[in-house]
Design a protein around this ligand. Structure first.
Ligand SMILES: CC(C)(COP(=O)(O)OP(=O)(O)OC[C@H]1O[C@@H](n2cnc3c(N)ncnc32)[C@H](O)[C@@H]1OP(=O)(O)O)[C@@H](O)C(=O)NCCC(=O)NCCS
Length: 169
Protein backbone atom coordinates (compact mmCIF):
# COMPACT_ATOMS: atom_id res chain seq x y z
CA UNK A 1 0.00 0.00 0.00
CA UNK A 2 1.41 3.39 -0.86
CA UNK A 3 0.85 6.41 1.25
CA UNK A 4 1.75 10.12 1.09
CA UNK A 5 2.67 11.89 4.32
CA UNK A 6 4.62 14.90 5.58
CA UNK A 7 8.41 14.52 5.36
CA UNK A 8 10.21 14.18 8.69
CA UNK A 9 13.84 14.76 9.57
CA UNK A 10 14.42 11.02 9.89
CA UNK A 11 13.43 10.59 6.20
CA UNK A 12 16.44 12.61 5.03
CA UNK A 13 18.85 9.71 4.40
CA UNK A 14 16.35 8.08 2.00
CA UNK A 15 15.32 11.41 0.48
CA UNK A 16 18.97 12.37 -0.13
CA UNK A 17 19.65 9.00 -1.76
CA UNK A 18 16.70 9.45 -4.14
CA UNK A 19 17.71 13.04 -4.92
CA UNK A 20 21.30 11.94 -5.64
CA UNK A 21 20.33 9.13 -7.98
CA UNK A 22 17.84 11.33 -9.85
CA UNK A 23 19.74 14.62 -10.08
CA UNK A 24 23.43 13.68 -9.66
CA UNK A 25 25.57 16.80 -9.20
CA UNK A 26 22.44 18.98 -9.18
CA UNK A 27 20.93 17.13 -6.21
CA UNK A 28 20.13 19.18 -3.15
CA UNK A 29 22.60 18.84 -0.29
CA UNK A 30 21.61 17.67 3.18
CA UNK A 31 21.96 21.27 4.33
CA UNK A 32 19.57 22.43 1.62
CA UNK A 33 16.94 19.91 2.73
CA UNK A 34 17.52 20.79 6.39
CA UNK A 35 17.00 24.46 5.57
CA UNK A 36 13.59 23.61 4.13
CA UNK A 37 12.47 22.50 7.58
CA UNK A 38 13.06 26.04 8.84
CA UNK A 39 11.01 27.74 6.13
CA UNK A 40 7.42 28.46 6.92
CA UNK A 41 6.43 28.47 3.25
CA UNK A 42 8.05 25.09 2.55
CA UNK A 43 5.84 22.00 2.43
CA UNK A 44 7.53 18.65 2.16
CA UNK A 45 6.08 15.22 1.54
CA UNK A 46 7.22 11.66 1.00
CA UNK A 47 5.49 8.77 -0.68
CA UNK A 48 6.12 5.42 0.91
CA UNK A 49 5.42 1.86 -0.09
CA UNK A 50 5.25 -0.72 2.67
CA UNK A 51 6.82 1.78 5.06
CA UNK A 52 9.77 2.53 2.73
CA UNK A 53 10.21 6.01 1.26
CA UNK A 54 10.15 5.74 -2.55
CA UNK A 55 9.77 9.39 -3.48
CA UNK A 56 9.49 12.95 -2.20
CA UNK A 57 8.29 16.41 -3.17
CA UNK A 58 9.06 19.90 -1.91
CA UNK A 59 6.60 22.71 -2.57
CA UNK A 60 6.73 26.39 -1.67
CA UNK A 61 3.52 28.26 -1.03
CA UNK A 62 3.30 32.03 -1.12
CA UNK A 63 -0.13 33.56 -0.83
CA UNK A 64 -2.20 32.04 -3.62
CA UNK A 65 0.60 30.43 -5.58
CA UNK A 66 2.38 27.16 -5.04
CA UNK A 67 5.63 26.22 -6.76
CA UNK A 68 7.07 22.76 -7.08
CA UNK A 69 10.69 23.02 -5.93
CA UNK A 70 11.70 19.38 -6.31
CA UNK A 71 10.10 16.03 -6.95
CA UNK A 72 11.71 12.65 -7.46
CA UNK A 73 10.94 8.95 -7.28
CA UNK A 74 13.70 6.39 -6.70
CA UNK A 75 14.87 5.01 -10.06
CA UNK A 76 13.92 1.43 -9.21
CA UNK A 77 10.35 2.61 -8.77
CA UNK A 78 9.86 4.67 -11.92
CA UNK A 79 6.86 3.92 -14.07
CA UNK A 80 4.81 2.40 -11.26
CA UNK A 81 2.52 5.37 -10.71
CA UNK A 82 4.24 6.87 -7.64
CA UNK A 83 5.07 10.17 -9.35
CA UNK A 84 1.49 10.61 -10.49
CA UNK A 85 0.16 9.64 -7.07
CA UNK A 86 2.40 12.21 -5.39
CA UNK A 87 1.54 14.99 -7.85
CA UNK A 88 -2.18 14.18 -7.60
CA UNK A 89 -1.89 14.43 -3.83
CA UNK A 90 -0.21 17.85 -4.10
CA UNK A 91 -2.87 19.19 -6.47
CA UNK A 92 -5.66 18.02 -4.17
CA UNK A 93 -3.86 19.19 -1.03
CA UNK A 94 -3.34 22.74 -2.29
CA UNK A 95 -6.50 23.14 -4.34
CA UNK A 96 -8.40 24.93 -1.57
CA UNK A 97 -5.38 26.90 -0.36
CA UNK A 98 -4.06 28.43 -3.56
CA UNK A 99 -5.11 29.49 -7.03
CA UNK A 100 -2.15 28.53 -9.17
CA UNK A 101 0.44 25.76 -9.17
CA UNK A 102 3.71 26.48 -11.00
CA UNK A 103 6.70 24.34 -11.84
CA UNK A 104 9.80 24.40 -14.04
CA UNK A 105 10.95 21.37 -15.93
CA UNK A 106 13.85 20.68 -18.26
CA UNK A 107 12.79 20.78 -21.89
CA UNK A 108 14.19 17.28 -22.39
CA UNK A 109 12.39 15.71 -19.41
CA UNK A 110 9.64 14.09 -21.44
CA UNK A 111 8.62 11.70 -18.68
CA UNK A 112 8.00 14.51 -16.20
CA UNK A 113 6.34 16.79 -18.78
CA UNK A 114 3.89 14.01 -19.70
CA UNK A 115 3.13 13.42 -16.07
CA UNK A 116 2.36 17.12 -15.49
CA UNK A 117 0.31 17.37 -18.69
CA UNK A 118 -1.75 14.34 -17.64
CA UNK A 119 -2.76 16.33 -14.56
CA UNK A 120 -3.78 19.39 -16.57
CA UNK A 121 -0.59 21.49 -16.33
CA UNK A 122 0.04 23.67 -19.37
CA UNK A 123 3.27 25.14 -20.70
CA UNK A 124 3.09 28.90 -20.12
CA UNK A 125 6.62 30.01 -21.01
CA UNK A 126 10.11 28.90 -21.87
CA UNK A 127 13.08 30.13 -19.87
CA UNK A 128 16.04 29.94 -22.21
CA UNK A 129 19.33 28.76 -20.70
CA UNK A 130 17.71 28.43 -17.28
CA UNK A 131 19.86 25.54 -16.08
CA UNK A 132 23.60 25.71 -15.41
CA UNK A 133 24.32 23.43 -18.39
CA UNK A 134 22.47 25.81 -20.72
CA UNK A 135 19.29 23.76 -21.11
CA UNK A 136 16.02 25.66 -21.19
CA UNK A 137 13.22 25.23 -18.70
CA UNK A 138 9.57 25.04 -19.53
CA UNK A 139 7.43 26.81 -16.99
CA UNK A 140 4.17 24.94 -16.51
CA UNK A 141 1.09 26.03 -14.60
CA UNK A 142 -2.18 24.63 -13.38
CA UNK A 143 -5.19 26.70 -12.37
CA UNK A 144 -6.10 24.87 -9.18
CA UNK A 145 -9.69 26.01 -9.08
CA UNK A 146 -10.13 24.58 -12.55
CA UNK A 147 -8.18 21.41 -11.83
CA UNK A 148 -11.26 19.25 -11.78
CA UNK A 149 -12.28 20.49 -15.21
CA UNK A 150 -8.76 19.92 -16.50
CA UNK A 151 -8.98 16.26 -15.48
CA UNK A 152 -12.12 15.99 -17.54
CA UNK A 153 -10.35 17.55 -20.52
CA UNK A 154 -12.19 20.88 -20.41
CA UNK A 155 -9.92 23.57 -21.83
CA UNK A 156 -8.90 26.19 -19.29
CA UNK A 157 -7.31 29.54 -19.99
CA UNK A 158 -3.53 29.67 -19.76
CA UNK A 159 -2.61 31.68 -16.68
CA UNK A 160 -0.22 34.60 -16.78
CA UNK A 161 3.39 33.87 -15.94
CA UNK A 162 4.32 34.94 -12.44
CA UNK A 163 5.40 32.06 -10.21
CA UNK A 164 8.15 32.41 -7.65
CA UNK A 165 11.38 32.88 -9.61
CA UNK A 166 13.20 30.05 -7.95
CA UNK A 167 15.43 27.53 -9.68
CA UNK A 168 13.95 24.08 -9.45
CA UNK A 169 15.00 20.71 -10.83
C1 LIG B 1 9.39 12.37 -13.18
C2 LIG B 1 9.15 11.30 -12.12
C3 LIG B 1 8.89 11.96 -10.77
C4 LIG B 1 7.91 10.48 -12.54
O1 LIG B 1 7.66 9.52 -11.55
P1 LIG B 1 7.16 8.04 -11.93
O2 LIG B 1 6.78 7.39 -10.67
O3 LIG B 1 8.15 7.39 -12.79
O4 LIG B 1 5.86 8.40 -12.82
P2 LIG B 1 4.54 7.54 -12.96
O5 LIG B 1 4.88 6.08 -12.97
O6 LIG B 1 3.55 8.01 -11.96
O7 LIG B 1 4.07 7.96 -14.40
C5 LIG B 1 3.38 9.16 -14.53
C6 LIG B 1 3.35 9.59 -15.98
O8 LIG B 1 4.65 9.78 -16.45
C7 LIG B 1 4.67 9.46 -17.83
N1 LIG B 1 5.63 8.37 -18.03
C8 LIG B 1 5.86 7.30 -17.25
N2 LIG B 1 6.82 6.54 -17.78
C9 LIG B 1 7.18 7.14 -18.94
C10 LIG B 1 8.13 6.84 -19.95
N3 LIG B 1 8.89 5.76 -19.91
N4 LIG B 1 8.25 7.71 -20.97
C11 LIG B 1 7.49 8.82 -21.04
N5 LIG B 1 6.58 9.14 -20.11
C12 LIG B 1 6.43 8.32 -19.09
C13 LIG B 1 3.32 9.03 -18.23
O9 LIG B 1 2.60 10.15 -18.71
C14 LIG B 1 2.74 8.58 -16.92
O10 LIG B 1 1.35 8.69 -16.87
P3 LIG B 1 0.45 7.43 -17.31
O11 LIG B 1 0.92 6.26 -16.51
O12 LIG B 1 -0.95 7.87 -16.97
O13 LIG B 1 0.70 7.24 -18.78
C15 LIG B 1 10.35 10.32 -12.02
O14 LIG B 1 10.59 9.75 -13.27
C16 LIG B 1 11.63 10.97 -11.50
O15 LIG B 1 11.86 11.00 -10.29
N6 LIG B 1 12.48 11.47 -12.42
C17 LIG B 1 13.76 12.06 -12.03
C18 LIG B 1 13.56 13.37 -11.30
C19 LIG B 1 12.79 14.35 -12.15
O16 LIG B 1 12.97 14.45 -13.35
N7 LIG B 1 11.91 15.10 -11.48
C20 LIG B 1 11.07 16.09 -12.14
C21 LIG B 1 11.77 17.37 -12.21
S1 LIG B 1 10.73 18.69 -12.85
Amino acid sequence: MCNVRAMRGEDLPEVLKISQECFGPDAWSRKAFEREFELKHSHKFVIEEGGKVVGYAVVWKFSEEVSLMSIAVGRDHWGKGYGKRLMTFLVEHFRDQAKRFFLDVRRSNVRAIRLYQSLGFRIVSERRGYYSDGESALQMALELQEAEDAHKGTPSQAPTVGGADTKTH
